[in-house]
Design a protein around this ligand. Structure first.
Ligand SMILES: *Cc1c(COP(=O)(O)O)cnc(C)c1O
Length: 376
């Protein structure tokens, strides 16, 4: 079976260093929010290019905490997309605010800035673009519109660690950036974890307080917070893996290029990279109107292709009746029926990649043969 993503292979690639980092924490005997977290926060800030990073419990929590630090709550509206992980939506609703969903750009699968104007109301407080699949959203027009309307921009970077828009990494463009370290992400822990980044010292301080009961010093809550902490073992191994992130993203880009070349001209929609950005290929997503058959064919060929995401958030049972921008979400709904993610991770061998390409080609020659037989 060729897996779609493979966090176990990452461990094996850096086993000695990761084992040593974990052992260091175990020997020290300090397990939650300590020196490893502080060092990782500083190293992550240096990498992303922000003055502050705050380690938290998960990607969902990084969004929840960022929104809460901005004072977002009941009665406020947050504009985002429906073509995303459900976590984006869940985090907004955790604050009590109302998500308002706008459509995506069909070529890049990210929030369409042209659709923002009609979605903004007097209650809108935040625009929350998602850098989906590793591709930066169209940040500059989004930031411009936000500024015109006095809104904040919070970036969901859970799939785009290290991706660049122009010359700066995502997470450093908006007022706050939010990351997940779920094991399959480009920078993945061996458990849950997340990070909020910002250049605003006051917002950073609020996230700091909120992630641990509002404590400025132990046992005294200055504001009402909760518990969303990063642990020392995750921080220690993430410090190891952060050193390899650019190299790993480079491997993903190389594999994506091999797919691009190998899959050309067989009738699949291939991923496009927005000009002036670096795509970090969290996922390699292609499009086909025969998606469901292709998925079945690949699964039968022991290839772990997946669909991100089969049902847009607004069509999922739990989110019936949620707020949709007035023009509806036609691109989102179309994309959900056509996208399929092929295996990609830094350790994927070129031989395995060729097996995937061969299987996709076999599928398309099978259907063209069937078509010819029908015509005869
Ligand atoms: C993974 C992901 C999240 C949530 O991260 P968790 O760590 O799983 O809570 C949020 N947004 C997007 C786009 C994601 O892919």
């Amino acid at each position: 079976m060729i897996l779609c993503s493979n966090p176990g292979a990452q461990y094996r690639a850096h086993k000695a260093e990761v084992d040593a980092a974990i052992q260091r924490v175990l020997n020290k005997g300090w397990f939650v929010l300590g020196q490893e977290v502080e060092k990782f926060e500083a190293e992550f800030s240096a990498y992303i290019g922000t003055s502050h990073s705050i380690g938290v419990g998960s990607g969902t929590e990084s969004l929840h905490l960022a929104l809460a630090a901005c004072g977002i709550g009941s009665g406020d509206e947050v504009i985002t997309v429906s073509h995303t992980a459900v976590a984006t939506m869940a985090a907004i609703e955790l604050t009590g605010a109302t998500p308002v969903l706008v459509d995506i750009e069909p070529d890049y699968y990210t929030l369409d800035p042209e659709k923002l104007g009609a979605a903004i109301t007097s209650r809108t407080k935040v625009i929350l673009p998602v850098h989906l699949y590793g591709q930066p959203a169209k940040l500059e027009p989004i930031l411009e519109i936000a500024e015109q309307h006095g809104l904040l921009v919070i970036e969901d970077c859970a799939q785009a660690h290290g991706a660049k828009y122009k010359d700066r990494r995502v997470g450093s463009w908006g007022h706050m950036g939010c990351f997940s370290f779920y094991p399959t992400k480009n920078l993945g822990a061996f458990g849950d974890g997340g990070m909020v980044v910002t250049n605003d010292p006051e917002l950073a301080q609020r996230v700091h307080l909120l992630r641990e009961y509002g404590w400025a010093e132990r046992y005294v809550s200055h504001i009402r917070g909760w518990n969303s902490r990063l642990d020392e073992i995750q921080a220690a191994l993430l410090r190891v893996k952060l050193q390899y992130l650019d190299e790993d993203n480079g491997s993903r880009a190389r594999l994506a290029k091999c797919y691009d070349e190998g899959l050309q001209g067989i009738g699949l929609g291939l991923p496009r990279t927005r000009e002036g950005t670096t795509h970090v290929y969290h996922l390699y997503v292609v499009r086909s109107q025969r998606r469901d058959e292709l998925l079945k064919f690949l699964r039968e060929s022991e290839i772990g292709a997946l669909v991100h995401y089969p049902v847009p958030v607004h069509l999922q049972p739990a989110y019936q009746g949620c707020r949709i921008a007035c023009e509806g979400l036609p691109e989102t709904e179309r994309v959900a029926q056509e996208v399929i993610s092929l295996p990609i991770y830094p350790e994927l061998s070129e031989r395995a990649l060729q097996t995937v390409i061969d299987a996709v080609e076999a599928f398309f020659s099978k259907i063209s043969q069937e078509r010819q037989e029908q015509e005869v």
